[in-house]
Design a protein around this ligand. Structure first.
Ligand SMILES: C[S@@+](CC[C@H](N)C(=O)[O-])C[C@H]1O[C@@H](n2cnc3c(N)ncnc32)[C@H](O)[C@@H]1O
Length: 176
C-alpha cells in the first residue's frame, strides 16, 4: 500500500510541472517523500538527485526509495548545499527545495552562483515554503521577498517571481 505524502508535498508536486524526462535536483530532500512521489512520474532519461546534509536524512531517503535507486532513477548525495562546487559535474533541468531556510536566513551562505551553475540554460529553480495555508516559514517576515532578493542578487538567474497565492509559498527563477 502506498503511503500518502504530507499535504505540502502533495501540493507542490503538480506545481513542478514535470514532463517526466527532466534531470531533477532536490535540495534538502530528506526524508524522501517528494522523491517517492516524483519517481513514478519519471520516464525516458528522467532522473532525480536527492541532496541533504543530514546523514540520518540521507539514510531515510535511500530506505524509502531503494527501488528507484536500483532502477537507476535516483542518486542520493550527502552534502551541505552551501559547499557545492562552482564547476558542477552535471547540470539539471529543474532544481527545487521545500522548507530549506538558508535562502532567507543566510543569503550569503546560500551559494547561489554554484547553485545556478548546476542549472542548464533555461533550467528552473523552484523554492517552496510552508506546510499549509497560512503557514509560511519566517512567520512575521516577508519570506517571499527575502528569498526573491537572494535569487536576484547574482547575474545568473532571471524571471524571479513570488507566488504567495497558493500554499506552499513558491519562489521561482530561471537560469539565463
Ligand atoms: C525542514 S526540513 C524539510 C524537509 C522536506 N524538504 C519537507 O519540506 O518536508 C529541511 C531539510 O533540509 C535539509 N537542509 C537544511 N539546510 C541544508 C543545507 N544547507 N544543505 C543541505 N541540506 C539542508 C535538512 O537536513 C532537512 O532534511
Amino acid at each position: 500500500m502506498s503511503e500518502q505524502p504530507p499535504p505540502h508535498i502533495a501540493r507542490l508536486i503538480p506545481r513542478l510541472e514535470l514532463t517526466g524526462t527532466e534531470r531533477i535536483l532536490e535540495l534538502g530532500a530528506a526524508p524522501g517523500v517528494a522523491v517517492a512521489e516524483i519517481g513514478p512520474l519519471l520516464t525516458g532519461d528522467g532522473h532525480v538527485t536527492a541532496l541533504d546534509r543530514s546523514a540520518v536524512g540521507v539514510r531515510r531517503i535511500r530506505e524509502r526509495n531503494q527501488a528507484l535507486v536500483d532502477a537507476g532513477r535516483l542518486t542520493v548525495v550527502e552534502q551541505d548545499l552551501t559547499t557545492l562546487a562552482p564547476e558542477p559535474p552535471e547540470q539539471y533541468d529543474l532544481i527545487f527545495a521545500s522548507n530549506v531556510n538558508v535562502f532567507w536566513t543566510h543569503p550569503r551562505k546560500a551559494n547561489l552562483d554554484a547553485l545556478a551553475a548546476l542549472l542548464k540554460p533555461g533550467g528552473r529553480l523552484r523554492l517552496f515554503y510552508g506546510y499549509g495555508p497560512g503557514d509560511v516559514a519566517g512567520r512575521g517576515r516577508d519570506t517571499g521577498s527575502l528569498v526573491a532578493a537572494t535569487l536576484s542578487a547574482g547575474d545568473a538567474l532571471t524571471a524571479v517571481t513570488v507566488d504567495g497565492a497558493g500554499a506552499p509559498l513558491e519562489i521561482s527563477a530561471v537560469r539565463r
